[in-house]
Design a protein around this ligand. Structure first.
Ligand code: NAX
Length: 327
């Protein structure tokens, strides 16, 4: 039996946490041979709900679940952690400006970055889900100077999966045949769902789509606004699909992306595609042996470049508002 991996989940009593925990304990994230210890963090007022979640986890009798720790103390939750899903965040309340949201979450993610720096395993992999995810991840990374910046990422996988689903539906084709989707930029309305490289059984999707107008006027906005459409329909934001994306993101990072395909991860920009260093940005990446590599040298259309720079500009504006929080 392998040694267990310690997985921290913040906001574990929330709706994404609830949808993710059972998948992780079942082995969907790290494989069916890999035991896990779950270290679940939530606020003091959510400890009752968290106790209930722990009871349900126990009642599943998952063979891979070695231990569950519930706590409102981040030091306990982050101790020796090897994978940290930072889901808990301050939601946007009525009348709250974007600046206030960044500020409120900045306080959470700078504190958590410092604690990860102090308590987590040196090889910890961090996935930030709580919004604004890219900038929250940047804040955590900047407050963890002793950890490799490449261990920090933010979630764009839900957008990536949404884009694949849109194409599969449009072309009446199976999901598994659609490869090489990309979502560039920020997990926000400025993200750029890029179809130019997507393939279906080796052919470019672009060449098959009858209607190029559909890409600009339907596909791109519907992926960008899918989160709002789910809220409108369900009365609640995406939860199971977000949890599924988080499970997929860590799965591929740890256990490799598929041959002849890539995934979208928001990772520290390194100058690739002329996106300057200094933000976490959605890029196409391949993963192997626990490391990601940004896919290089893809041709970018003029329109694509404009979208990519718009999203970068938004991330720089967010950065400007929180940079006083960098250690
Ligand atoms: P919920 O409000 O259901 O749950 C959030 C949980 O986090 C609550 O239990 C709360 O008590 C806890 N929490 C708040 N501050 C905390 C802190 N400092 N430490 C520990 N726990 C804390 O929200 P949920 O629907 O689960 O969404 C969580 C976050 O994911 C939100 O920020 C949301 O905007 C974001 N999302 C990100 C997505 C992405 O693709 N990156 C998509 C889905 C989702 O919208």
């Amino acid at each position: 039996m392998k040694a267990p991996i310690r997985v921290t989940i913040t906001g574990a009593a929330g709706q994404i946490g609830y949808a993710a925990l059972f998948r992780i304990a079942n082995g969907d994230m790290l494989g069916r041979e890999q035991p896990v210890i779950l270290q679940l963090l939530d606020l003091p007022q959510a400890q009752g709900a968290l106790r209930g979640v722990m009871m349900e986890l126990e009642d599943c009798a998952f063979p891979l679940l070695q231990q569950v720790i519930i706590t409102d103390d981040p030091k306990v939750a982050f101790k020796d952690t090897e994978i940290a899903l930072l889901i808990g965040a301050r939601p946007r309340s009525k009348g709250m400006e974007r600046k206030d949201l960044l500020e409120a979450n900045g306080a959470i993610f700078s504190a958590q970055g410092k604690l990860l720096n102090e308590y987590a395993a040196r090889h910890v992999k961090v996935l930030v889900v709580g919004n604004p995810a890219n900038t929250n991840a940047l804040i955590a990374m900047k407050n963890a100077p002793d950890l490799d910046p490449r261990n920090f990422s933010a979630m764009m996988r839900l957008d990536h999966n949404r884009a694949i689903a849109q194409i599969a539906q449009k072309l009446f084709q199976p999901i598994r045949d659609i490869k090489k989707m990309i979502i560039w930029g920020n997990h926000s309305g400025t993200q750029y769902p890029d179809l130019d490289h997507a393939e279906i059984r080796g052919r470019l999707v672009r060449d098959i789509l009858p209607d190029q107008d559909w890409v600009e006027n339907t596909f791109i906005p519907s992926v960008q606004k899918r989160g709002a459409a789910v809220i409108e329909a369900r009365g609640l934001s995406s939860a199971a699909s977000a949890a599924n994306a988080a499970v997929g993101h860590i799965h591929d990072w740890m256990l490799s992306s598929h041959h002849n395909d890539w995934v979208t991860m928001s990772v520290p920009s390194d100058g690739s595609y002329d996106i300057p260093e200094g933000v976490l940005y959605g890029f196409p990446v391949t993963c192997k042996n626990g490391h990601f590599k940004i896919v290089q040298d893809l041709p970018i259309s003029e329109l694509g470049r404009k979208h990519m720079l718009d999203s970068h500009r938004e991330l720089m504006e967010e950065r400007e508002l929180v940079k006083h929080l960098f250690a």
